[in-house]
Write a protein that binds this ligand. Structure first.
Ligand code: XMP
Length: 320
């Protein structure tokens, strides 16, 4: 039974001191490793781990090719400023290979999870000789996994993996007694920059969650470009989350006076408190027109732009 520490009763200094001691005594003079995604949980664990272990902790950022434009460099840049070196591992081809031909949403998610843990990260851990893996699992992940609500990529039991047996390493989960609010407080106390906390939520399967149908290098590039436009135009308006989705169906359009059987991008922009329910933001028609114009001029091959006006439920925030 995990003992919850509520944000209201969290003394961040005491919590950080305790966790630093626990991590140090578990790892001793050995080597630990962790994967950083740039999300709040993995960022807080990275800082905590570095405070405890310094150079004994190796932090990797796995470039799966499904990230937004310049995302790995941006995240590594945040940490560089705080004196923490992040190794970017290029695994783009492995993920593309694993996703080839898959169109079913759950199978896509499964392929990404398996490629991450069993192939890429598993290999890095084995080669590094690290005996400890630091993970940013939080109490909500455990609850949701136990209740069967959501497949959590970081709860190993659900993946049928015994890490000690499979990889020969032990997992340390220093944030497991906290929920998101407690993690944010801890992250701030560890000196993480405001920008990391104000980033909008982004799903683990990344842009693959925003491609309907097969994920290919070319289709990723299309949705990546559209995402940059949407994030630029819809950022700073207080919306909970906003995104571009690439559809599978093509529609007839016109380009340079010629028929163009082109691609469709759907824009979603959500108002929400906790992502459990959400309603579309009432964007002005001027903003919608700006979105359409910019997407069509900046993303090759797109001839149609739509805006989602359905709520969650029955919609979900992501399309896949
Ligand atoms: P849905 O699409 O289920 O999304 O309405 C709810 C919230 O969760 C995010 N999301 C994910 N986050 N791994 C994550 O870490 C995932 O597989 C995943 N799928 C969805 C989504 O962006 C939204 O904020």
């Amino acid at each position: 039974m995990i003992k919850e520490i509520k944000a209201s009763e969290l003394d961040t200094r005491k919590f950080i001191d305790e966790k630093v001691k626990e991590i140090k005594s578990a790892v001793g003079s050995g080597i630990a490793i962790n994967a950083l995604s740039g999300g709040v949980d993995s960022s807080a664990v990275t800082m905590l781990g570095h405070r405890a272990l310094g150079k004994q902790l190796r932090t990797v950022f796995i470039q799966n090719g499904l990230m937004r434009a310049r995302e790995p460099e941006q995240v590594a840049g945040f940490f560089k400023k705080m004196g923490v070196d992040i190794e970017i591992i290029d695994a783009r081809n492995e993920f593309l290979k694993a996703l080839k031909g898959i169109t079913d949403p759950e199978l896509k998610r499964e392929a990404i999870t398996q490629t991450f843990y069993k192939k890429v990260f598993g290999r890095i851990v084995r080669e590094s000789g690290a005996k400890f893996l630091l993970q940013g699992t939080i109490l909500t992940d455990v609850d949701e996994t136990v209740a069967g609500i959501k497949r959590q990529h970081n709860v190993f039991a659900q993946l049928g993996i015994d890490p000690q047996e499979t990889f020969g390493y032990q997992i340390l989960e220093p944030l497991i007694q906290l929920r998101k609010d407690g993690v944010r407080m801890t992250g701030k106390a560890l000196g993480l920059p405001e920008e990391l906390f104000t980033r909008i939520p982004f799903p683990g399967p990344a842009l693959a969650a925003r491609i309907i149908g097969e994920v290919t290098a070319e289709r990723l590039e299309t949705v990546r470009k559209a995402t940059s436009v949407v994030e630029k135009l819809l950022g700073g308006r207080g919306a909970f989350q906003y995104m571009a989705i690439l559809h599978e169906d093509r529609v007839t359009g016109m380009r340079d006076g010629k028929r163009d059987f082109g691609q469709q991008i759907e824009v979603r922009c959500w108002d929400s408190i906790d992502a459990r329910t959400a309603t579309p933001t009432r964007l002005s028609f001027e903003v919608l027109e700006q979105l359409a114009d910019s997407i069509i001029s900046e993303v090759p091959g797109v001839v149609s732009v739509t805006y989602n006006i359905a709520s969650k439920p029955p919609s979900t925030i992501e399309a896949v």
